[in-house]
Design a protein around this ligand. Structure first.
Ligand SMILES: CC(=O)[C@@H](O)[C@H](O)COP(=O)(O)O
Ligand SMILES: NCC(=O)COP(=O)(O)O
Length: 260
């Protein structure tokens, strides 16, 4: 199949294990194990593990970040992605752990969950040196972004390698008359990112229902990071079957690219 370069890469699945830590933190027993969850997901074929160590340690704690870093050394072909706000605690983790990827997210310390991307051009000046420091450490930088095509050039100019499209609005439109238009909005934002040389990641509220259509309809998605819905599914199906189900969704979306 003669596919354009930007869609030759199969979309990687990075499992966010925040919610395993959330349950673990409700007792002083150490179960469910965050590292065991990550190991089972990697054994099942997940291409990466994502954590978002928020300053209040509501779920992922500092120790988790380092224990997962140790685990990832046993999986050299998989990626470790650490998310956070670089003006809070993220840079300390990046300097000590040097994960494959840092995803900058503009969350406040008490935010319920991530619900918006960076603002350009306002944020560019303070992000650029932090991006440069990560890249000097050999860490790829992805910026959490709303699907706004006009912001992609500024994200590239700030030094980002990739953007992560914040996909909650897409997920919220799933199954409604607005779904097709919302998918097109993300496709346009992704194409604008590709046009300026940015890689495209995506995440937030992706699930088994909406994932294949996103992979099919949005060009060049290199990685999806999925946590909440995937861990909820794993409570029913187990980690291995759940990871396989999500990999199957990606494969179905990828196989039908160009058929839509
Ligand atoms: C940035 C993003 O959309 C998610 O990766 C984030 O990790 C969700 O955070 P909670 O798991 O704390 O809701
Ligand atoms: N960056 C998105 C992520 O890591 C997980 O988001 P969610 O699937 O928990 O909504």
């Amino acid at each position: 199949m003669n596919m354009p370069q930007h869609i030759l890469h199969r979309t990687a699945l990075s499992v966010n294990v925040n919610k395993v830590a959330l349950v673990r933190n409700t007792r002083h027993l150490g179960i469910p194990s965050v590292t065991r969850a990550a190991e089972l997901c990697l054994q099942a074929g997940a291409q990466g593990i994502t954590v978002h160590p928020r300053p209040d340690e509501r779920h992922i704690r500092r120790q988790d970040v380092f224990e997962l870093a140790a685990l990832m050394k046993d999986w050299p072909d998989r990626e470790y992605n650490i998310e956070g706000n670089p003006s809070q605690n993220l840079m300390d983790f990046i300097r000590q752990v040097r994960p494959h990827q840092a995803t900058f997210v503009p969350d406040s310390e008490d935010q319920f969950t991530s619900d918006h991307g960076w603002s350009f051009p306002q944020d560019a000046e303070r992000l650029a040196p932090l991006i440069a420091e990560c890249k000097a450490l050999g860490v790829r930088v992805s910026l959490f972004m709303d699907p706004i095509p006009e912001h992609m050039a500024a994200a590239k100019a700030a030094g980002a390698d990739r953007v992560e499209l914040y996909t909650e609005p897409y997920a919220a439109a799933w199954g409604t008359p607005q779904h097709a238009a919302e998918l097109q909005r993300y496709a346009a934002a992704a194409q604008a990112a590709l046009d300026v040389g940015l890689g495209v990641n995506a995440g937030h509220d992706l699930n088994r229902d909406n994932l294949a259509a996103f992979v099919r309809g949005v060009p060049g998605v290199l990685e999806v990071s999925i946590g909440h819905a995937l861990i909820a599914d794993a409570l029913e199906l187990g980690y291995a079957a759940t990871v396989q189900a999500y990999l199957d969704c990606i494969a179905a979306g990828f196989a039908s690219i160009g058929n839509s």
